[in-house]
Ligand binder design. Structure first.
Ligand code: C2E
Ligand code: MG
Ligand code: MG
Ligand code: MG
Length: 280
């Protein structure tokens, strides 16, 4: 990418110059090669069963160990990956890594039936190769489909709800579990919510954050829990940061919770033991 200078010379664009389009292209180029070079990481955030406090599952969250900028959070690259289509390679990599990690935890004697949740974007949901990819990934690793939860944001589901419905039905037929992520922020219509074959509602962090200080947020969380249960779905709260929030969620009968109060997302090795190397 070249850029005009006042003097009439042309110089290569450098990151940090005020040209967001060029910065984005550079980032995507780096991400494309970063995926190939093994720079992506998956961190895992535990999820707990509220009535017992037991670990019920983990959510896989992607990070990028950038060669010069350090460990990048999804906010720095997911939107660009989604818009460019690189999300397909990124998503396939995360899915494979998370499914293989679940099998490694089983081999190490991790908790029985631990569920692994993986996020899917709107673009992935619309990809005709998604269902075969999920089927192939589970079969190769030897993980039962019922151990995988696919999280799709309410906004992604409502981008093209009829197409989403068909994809969800095909995924459901594999036996995986489906969760509506960031529930409450995406203008779902109840008509679709009723038709989508989902298993869980993940109540958005913004409502959980306010629920102990704001009566409106508390009412919204309470309604989401009731709605989930009335529809036969599991109610999961995200973004729990305090004991007061955890207690309030328990009092409302929420099933599961996730948040910094329990643990931040961490590398696999920090969460559960790795299988011991077999000597000899
Ligand atoms: P999400 O799926 O709703 O994931 C929850 C986000 O909230 C994570 O941010 C997590 O670190 C953060 N979080 C969890 N507990 C707390 C808390 O108590 N307080 C606060 N302030 N934050 C909390 P993260 O890892 O930065 O991911 C952001 C979003 O990026 C995710 O939101 C998800 O939409 C997307 N994402 C992450 N990994 C992937 C991926 O592999 N594929 C796709 N398509 N999207 C991904
Ligand atoms: Mg999620
Ligand atoms: Mg969420
Ligand atoms: Mg989110």
């Amino acid at each position: 990418r070249a850029k005009a200078q006042g003097s009439g010379h042309w110089t290569a664009h450098r990151p940090g110059d005020s040209d967001p389009g060029a910065d984005r292209l550079l980032l995507l180029e780096q991400l494309r090669s970063g995926i190939r070079e093994g720079e992506l990481r998956v961190h895992y955030q535990p999820r707990q069963h509220l009535p017992t406090g037991q670990l019920s599952g983990v959510e896989a969250l992607v990070r990028w160990q950038h060669p010069t900028r350090g460990l990048l959070q999804p906010a720095a690259f997911i939107d660009a990956a989604e818009q460019s289509g690189i999300i397909r390679e990124l998503g396939a990599w995360v899915l494979t890594e998370a499914v293989e990690q679940a099998v490694r935890w089983d081999a190490a004697g991790g908790p029985a039936g631990l569920q692994t949740a993986v996020n899917l974007s709107a673009r992935q949901l619309a990809d005709p190769d998604l269902v075969p990819l999920v089927a192939r990934t589970l079969a190769r690793a030897g993980l039962p489909a019922s151990r995988l939860v696919l999280e799709i944001t309410e906004t992604a589901l409502m981008t093209d709800p009829d197409a989403a419905l068909a994809s969800l039905q095909a995924l459901k037929a594999l036996g995986v579990l489906l969760a509506v992520d960031d529930f409450g922020t995406g203008f779902s219509s109840f008509t679709y919510l009723k038709r989508f074959p989902v298993d869980e509602l993940k109540i958005d962090r913004s409502f959980v954050t306010g629920m102990t200080t704001d009566a409106g947020d508390h009412a919204i969380v309470a309604s989401c829990v009731h709605l989930a249960h009335a529809m036969g779905l599991v109610a999961v709260a995200e973004g729990v940061e305090t004991a007061a929030e955890r207690d309030a969620l328990r009092a409302l009968g929420a099933d599961q919770a996730q948040g910094y109060f329990f643990s931040r997302p961490v590398p696999a090795s920090a969460l559960l033991p790795e299988p011991a190397d077999v000597p000899g």
